[in-house]
Design a protein around this ligand. Structure first.
Ligand code: ADP
Ligand code: MG
Length: 325
């Protein structure tokens, strides 16, 4: 069983940032309004994610770290509203690290804690905590030294962590995110109001306060696929494509098709070595997109890639033209 979980961990948990992604998504699935991420040693020594969500009842703590136990699966796999649904993350992480979960529900009058170390489950014990959940992951990959060797060093892992937190935070502007790393990487994203303005304010928190004035809004629809977001004007560019954020039905994705469409749309107005800053949200019928390609869930497969590409290229070119660019 521990071995199965370690194999799954090899798939889902590539590096500390993958752990952060899973824990932050769990916090959001629990309806958190505040998510706090603390790391040390680029996440290899410590990752701690604290939320003020609905918590886990004491009698369900053991289930949370059991394989394929999820409280989120609805009957319809095409209608997945929560970010997680496989019940794989916590047991996988717990098989390759020392993981503890401390949680308290709104109705629970005390908190409880469970641990799992290299797959070995520790007994549930009472704890002290406010409403919500704290998941702490220490010594990531201590149980799989081969994997540990592939890590890139504290700076690189830290920046991957802050990238993933930003990526997720853009899709949840009404949630407050904070991040603090032992290498002094910090991030503070105050909650914004639930509106288009709030959403752009969150983007500006991530991209820089000058982004709104240097970007144009995108809003286009084609055959039931809706594209919204913002793209920077050609004078506001980056040397890499790191600040290109894309979401499919609210889920952060990294997708070659979307990246290629953005490049195509800007091909005539940007030099080859410059990249636009973009935030694009696609919303479409879940039945015509597969977000289930890989357990890490960053990939998507569209039923009609041409439609999506055409929509993105067309919408950005039109918006640039309308702005006289
Ligand atoms: P999944 O998210 O796919 O359901 P996980 O392994 O990530 O699987 O989590 C297992 C279960 O533990 C979740 O279904 C949920 O019930 C519970 N859980 C995990 N993290 C939290 C949290 N921060 N708040 C409340 N419940 C949580
Ligand atoms: Mg999860």
């Amino acid at each position: 069983e521990t071995m199965i979980n370690q194999i799954a961990a090899g798939e889902v948990i590539e590096r500390p940032a993958s752990v952060v992604k899973e824990l932050v998504e769990n916090a959001l699935d629990a309806g958190a309004s505040k998510v706090e991420v603390v790391t040390s040693g680029g996440g290899l020594n410590l990752i701690r994610v604290t939320d003020d969500g609905f918590g886990i009842p004491e009698q369900e703590l053991a289930l949370a770290i059991a394989r394929h136990c999820t409280s989120k699966l609805t009957e319809d796999i095409n209608d997945i509203r929560s970010l997680g649904f496989r019940g794989e993350a916590l047991p996988s992480i717990g098989s390759v690290s020392r993981l503890s979960i401390r949680s308290r529900t709104a109705s629970g009058d005390s908190a409880a804690e469970i641990g799992i170390e290299g797959g070995r489950v520790l007994p549930v014990r009472p704890a002290a905590a406010n409403r919500g959940t704290t998941v702490e992951v220490r010594d990531l990959f201590f149980a799989t030294p081969a994997r540990l060797k592939f890590m890139k060093g504290e700076r690189a892992e830290s920046s991957a962590i802050s990238d993933i937190v930003k990526r997720i935070a853009i899709a949840f502007p009404t949630v407050r995110f904070t991040m603090a790393g032992s290498d002094r990487t910090t991030l503070e994203l105050p909650a914004t109001e639930d509106s288009a303005d709030g959403s752009l304010r969150r983007v500006a928190q991530v991209m820089g306060a000058d982004f709104p004035d240097n970007s144009i809004a995108i809003d286009a629809m084609r055959e039931g696929v809706h594209l919204t977001g913002h793209v920077s004007i050609p004078s506001f560019t980056r040397a890499n494509a790191l600040q290109q954020y894309a979401y499919v039905n609210g889920r952060p994705v990294r997708d070659k098709l979307i990246a290629g469409a953005i490049r195509g749309a800007f091909a005539d107005v940007l030099p080859r070595d410059r990249h636009a800053v973009t935030v694009l949200f696609l919303s479409l019928d879940p039945a015509i997109v597969d977000v289930n390609v890989h357990p890490a869930k960053a990939d998507v497969r569209f039923r009609d890639p041409g439609l999506v590409r055409g929509l993105i290229v067309g919408a950005i070119r039109q918006a640039l033209a309308d702005a006289g660019i």
